[in-house]
Design a protein around this ligand. Structure first.
Ligand code: NAD
Length: 485
């Protein structure tokens, strides 16, 4: 796919302005495609097509017919797995060991699980006595919200986009998707799949472009768009929420994090180290759930730091298509420069570098955006390095002496997305898990997901929850119909 076009009303199209921008493979730094740069006129076409589709064949389709189509989308993603994988790897530089196991299978699973959930949907009825003795019946049902604007980040492109599009379509909505400007390809390929399985035109639309003054802002401001579901930075969430206030659009926000891991001396240390290597460095640290702050009980602190640092040094960045490669590059030169600025800042703030600390060089990929997995110790808790989301393969380890201190440190952050607790004491797991201000707490594991459970964050990490019936709540309007008998 050398030209990545918009997908509007069931057809591929260029932007009305004719504008395009370059797409860069982060592993090589080379331009690999030109992307149509949508703007307000293109969003207008997409939003109107999405509105029309609500009252067309899609809106009139039975629930079961709609859900059959969504299961067919899942099957077709599986059948075309190699194409989705190649495009996702090209856009992100992710190693095949990650994208092949996580991104693409979850892209398909997101359609299946929400089709299954919607199949079990039911209405509620309330019988009410009235003074005339005849009574009334109330029927409470769910309707689609309408046109949903889906604004996505670059770190798990197909996975996070379908996490929203799956439940939105299962509930009968139509969507206008704005993928990240850095990762436009798999959302575009999904348009072909929608046509192949017979999803009617206008149900799934994709407009590429940027945020402010571009396609992203135009979606948020379009009067035909009824709701916005957004995953991205907390600062972007603030701007989108302010814009949504004008039309009182409903919002669902999955935002940034600065997630803690708490390692108690009574834990299985091998498991805690292995789990923290995953939680700090998976996807080159570019998962909202990644651990950037680690607190370790004093008796095992030195040993934990030694083992984590050794493991970090052993993680080899390399050719993304090599199944043995564990680390890919960062997404862009801009993001590489941001992470590099924190590598400098941490040292300026007094960190001791236990592993990494520099940009990395990878043989055969001189232009890529590589960074060494980095472990720091020695920072004061007020350091910016410990307060701001870095979103790279970096973490800081700090000792603690008591459970109360560990909880206080974990909660000393504007964010509240997730946490990991490593302990062999189930009562402590329950106590500490309950005391941490985060939407998701994992005990003796990390990123173990059941798609029926609520996903989302507290504080600056989000508004609302998605997953299972929590998604249904966002993507539907409740209606109460009262019939006097
Ligand atoms: P970002 O906020 O820069 O961009 C996300 C999307 O918003 C992009 O498509 C962008 O073009 C668009 N956008 C930017 N400004 C906009 C505006 N004013 N109006 C409308 N759209 C706008 O985020 P990113 O750099 O792509 O992604 C990384 C961030 O996402 C990190 O902060 C990470 O923690 C967060 N994230 C959170 C979750 C979660 O579930 N909580 C999951 C993944 C990523």
């Amino acid at each position: 796919m050398k030209r990545v076009q918009l997908f509007i009303d069931g057809a591929y199209t260029g932007a009305e302005s004719g504008a395009t921008f370059g797409l860069v493979n982060p592993a090589t730094g080379e331009e690999v495609a030109r992307v149509s740069e949508g703007g307000a006129p293109d969003v207008d076409r997409a939003a109107k097509a999405a509105k029309r589709a609500l009252s067309g064949p899609w809106g009139q389709m039975s629930t079961m017919a709609r859900l059959r189509l969504l299961r067919a989308v899942a099957d077709r993603i599986d059948e075309r797995r190699a194409e989705f994988l190649a495009l996702e790897m090209r856009d992100t530089g992710k190693p095949v060991s990650f994208a092949g196991k996580v991104d693409i299978p979850r892209g398909a699973a997101n359609f299946r699980i929400f089709a299954d959930m919607a199949a079990g949907q039911h209405e509620e009825a309330f019988h009410q006595d009235t003074p005339d003795g005849r009574g009334a019946v109330h029927i409470t049902s769910r309707q689609p919200v309408g046109v949903v604007g889906v604004i996505c980040p670059w770190n798990l492109p197909l996975l996070l986009m379908t996490w929203k599009v799956g439940p939105a379509l299962a509930a009968g909505n139509t969507v206008v998707v704005k993928p990240s400007e850095d990762t436009p390809s798999t959302a575009t390929l999904l348009g072909e799949v929608m046509n192949e399985v017979g999803i009617p035109p206008g149900v799934y639309n994709v407009v590429h472009g940027f945020g402010p003054g571009s396609a992203g802002e135009a979606i948020v401001q379009h009067p035909a768009v009824d709701a916005i579901t957004f995953t991205g930075e907390s600062a972007t969430g603030r701007a989108i929420m302010a814009a949504c206030a004008t039309d009182l659009k409903r919002v669902s926000f999955e935002l940034g994090g600065k997630n803690p891991a708490l390692v108690f001396a009574d834990c299985d240390l091998d498991a805690a180290v292995a789990g923290t290597v995953r939680s700090a460095f998976s996807n080159c640290g570019q998962i909202c759930l990644c651990t950037e702050r680690i607190y370790v009980e004093k008796p095992v602190f030195a040993e934990f730091v030694r083992r984590l640092s050794l493991a970090a040094k052993a993680l080899k960045p390399g050719d993304p298509s090599d199944p043995d490669t564990q680390m890919g590059p960062l997404i862009s030169a801009v993001h590489r420069d941001k992470v590099a600025s924190y590598l400098k800042l941490a040292v300026a703030e007094g960190a001791t570098v236990q592993a990494g600390g520099h940009l990395a060089e990878v043989a055969g990929f001189p232009g890529g955006f590589w960074v060494q997995p980095t472990v720091w110790t020695g920072l004061d808790h007020s350091a910016r390095t410990l307060r701001e989301e870095i979103f790279g393969p970096v973490c800081h380890v700090m000792p603690f002496e008591s459970e109360e201190e560990a909880i206080a440190l974990a909660n000393d952050t504007p964010y509240g997305l997730c946490a990991a607790v490593w302990t062999g004491d189930v009562a402590r797991a329950h106590r500490v898990g309950g005391a941490i201000d985060a939407g998701m707490v994992w005990v003796n594991t990390w990123f173990l997901r059941d798609l029926r459970t609520p996903f989302g964050g507290m504080k600056a990490s989000g508004i609302g929850r998605e997953g299972g019936h929590y998604s249904t709540e966002f993507y539907t309007e409740l209606k109460n119909l009262c019939i006097k008998l």
